[in-house]
Every structure is written in C-alpha cells, then in structure tokens.
Write a protein that binds this ligand. Structure first.
Ligand code: SIN
Length: 326
C-alpha cells in the first residue's frame, strides 16, 4: 500500500524516546516522557536529512495522548489511546498511525491495540533505548523508520519498529534491559527490516490473522476492568499468594508455568481451588520462546504462543467480553 498524499498521525505517549538526561553523555540515568510529540517528530524529519521519497508527499499530524514512563501505563491511558486510534483510523485522509511509547510495556500495549481495534490501516509503534538528548540518541532514527514503515507497509496490523527491525505485535517481546536492539520475536523472527529508508519484508513471514476480542467502543470504564494477576511457577512455589489473591477477590490468574506449562503440585492445588471459586485461570510458559503444547496433563486452558503478559491482556479482554454478553 502506498500512502502518498495521505496523512500519517503520530500519537505520543512518553517513554525514553521522549526522555531527557542531565548530560548528552548519560544514557542510562534519565527521566522518561519529557519532550512533546511535535518536537520528536521534528527531530525525526529534521533538516539534516532530506525526507525519504516515500514520505515526501505525506502530511503529518502530531497528537500527545499521554506523557508517561510506560512502567506506569494504565487502563485509563490504554482506553484513551485505543479511542484516539479508532478516531484517526476512521478518517478517510489518514493512511496510517505511528505511536511513540516506552519500551518497558510496549509489547503489552501493541498486543492490546491489536485485540480492540480492527484496523484496515497499519499502526506502527516505536520507541528508544536512549533519551532524546543523548549524543547518540536512537529515537529520531527509530521514529523515522516507523514513519517509513507506516507509509509503505504491506498491510494492516499492529507493528513495532526499532533498531532497524520490524516486529509483529503478536510475537514481539522486550528481551534485553539495555542494548539498542532490545526487541525480539523469538522463533518467528522479525517481519522485516528498514535500511536506508527502504523496507525489506521477510518473504517467509506469515501475517497472523486479525483477532478482534472486544472493540474499543465496548470497553467498560477503566475502574470496572477485572482484576487479573500473573503468578509464576518456580522452585518451592507456594500456594499462599494464590490463596491470598483469591481471598482478596482476584478474577483472573495467568500461570507463567515452567517449561511446557508445568506447575508445582502445591500451586496446582491452589489454582484448582481458584478455578472452583470461579477465578479464570490461563496457562502460559515462562520460557520466552515457543508455545505451550497442550497435553493430557494440562488442567488449565493454555494460551499457545502468547507470553504471560500478553496472556494477561487476552484474559482481561475475555473476562470483559463474557461480562458484556451476560
Ligand atoms: C519506558 O518504558 O517508558 C521507559 C523505558 C524505555 O522507554 O526504554
């Protein structure tokens, strides 16, 4: 799809890409979410480099939806972001959306958007590992690459562009706390690359089918979202925290199981008790590659290849969708 003569809307939510440190030499200690989205857009399409051909005829519109460190991302901001995406996607002159976001919870936001929007146009998230005033800031190039992908992507869907790689929201995870290419799509691999303002798609990449769980317009008020937590199996995993969560009213539990979704006998008993108390339990694996393959020894529904944090998003939406249909 070519998006020339069309508008790309760039939505800012904060993160390191908008962060500032005390000096241009300090890349690790900084405050996220300091610069506005219009400034970020200016530095990505700055005068030092001519705009790539694919962007030359595009118009850009910037909107600040939020300004936060993504460790503090919340249901209110998610709802607001999804509503603004829905608004812009419905405008005929808008070809694509780009969202700037902190790296820490980006994969959760990307997956959430993919489940509450049914975009016929691309949504491309981007981010940075270094603050905006760092001498070698990666944000401007990442944002520029994201704009290029938005203007020339092969199809709709929710994507992440960072460090020259294009990842699909279904598979991408942050896998490194500090290095520049902090994202990975495990066994599926990246969907493509951006080099010198040109997009190269991996020919063997298969687009996952869109899976709308609950349209943004059907989301309840943020305060009414269900309470869903993640519990992990590990050596000497106890049942005390599961029982405490159930007693406190948790509505959903995601088990980050060991290996192919295994769980200690003690924790299994407490999760079965939780299920009897009508708490929804979903199984995922704490391994960061591969999918849980269901076997006869599994007693909880498995999430396939979704990571524990994405399984939590899926469970939140499942519970809300069931509540809507009652
Ligand atoms: C954040 O996630 O907002 C801070 C960290 C980052 O963007 O790398």
């Amino acid at each position: 799809m070519q998006a020339n003569n069309q508008k790309i809307v760039v939505l800012g939510t904060g993160g390191t890409i908008a962060g500032e440190s005390e000096s241009a030499d300090e890349g690790l200690s900084y405050k996220a979410a300091q610069r506005g989205i219009s400034d970020l857009l200016k530095s990505a399409s700055g005068s030092h480099l001519p705009l790539p051909e694919v962007l030359a005829a595009c118009q850009f519109e910037a909107e600040q939806v939020a300004q936060l460190d993504s460790k503090d991302m919340d249901f209110e901001t998610w709802t607001q972001l999804a509503k603004r995406c829905d608004h812009w996607l419905n405008q005929d002159d808008v070809a694509a959306l780009v969202i700037t976001h902190g790296t820490d919870t980006l994969e959760e936001t990307a997956y959430f958007l993919s489940q509450v929007l049914n975009p016929s146009k691309p949504i491309v998230l981007t981010c940075a590992m270094r603050p905006a005033n760092f001498k070698d800031a990666d944000g401007p190039q990442n944002l520029r690459d994201a704009l290029v992908v938005a203007a020339s992507t092969k199809g709709p869907g929710v994507w992440l562009v960072a460090a020259g790689e294009i990842h699909h929201s279904q598979f991408v995870q942050k896998v490194h706390p500090t290095r520049l290419n902090a994202f990975d799509s495990g066994e599926t691999g990246a969907a493509g690359r951006v080099e010198n303002d040109k997009v190269q798609w991996v020919k063997t990449f298969n687009m996952p089918s869109p899976n709308l769980k609950l349209h943004v317009s059907q989301l309840p008020l943020p305060a009414q979202w269900p309470w869903v937590e993640i519990v992990m199996n590990h050596v000497n995993a106890s049942q005390k925290h599961v029982d405490a969560l159930v007693n406190a009213g948790v509505q959903g539990l995601v088990l980050a199981g060991t290996g192919n979704g295994s769980v200690s006998s003690q924790m299994k008993e407490s999760l079965l008790r939780a299920q009897t108390a009508h708490v929804q339990v979903r199984l995922s694996s704490r391994c960061n590659q591969g999918a849980v393959i269901p076997t006869s020894s599994h007693v909880f529904d498995a999430s396939g290849a979704l990571s524990p944090v994405k399984t939590r998003v899926a469970l939140l939406l499942d519970i809300m969708s069931k509540q809507q249909n009652h």
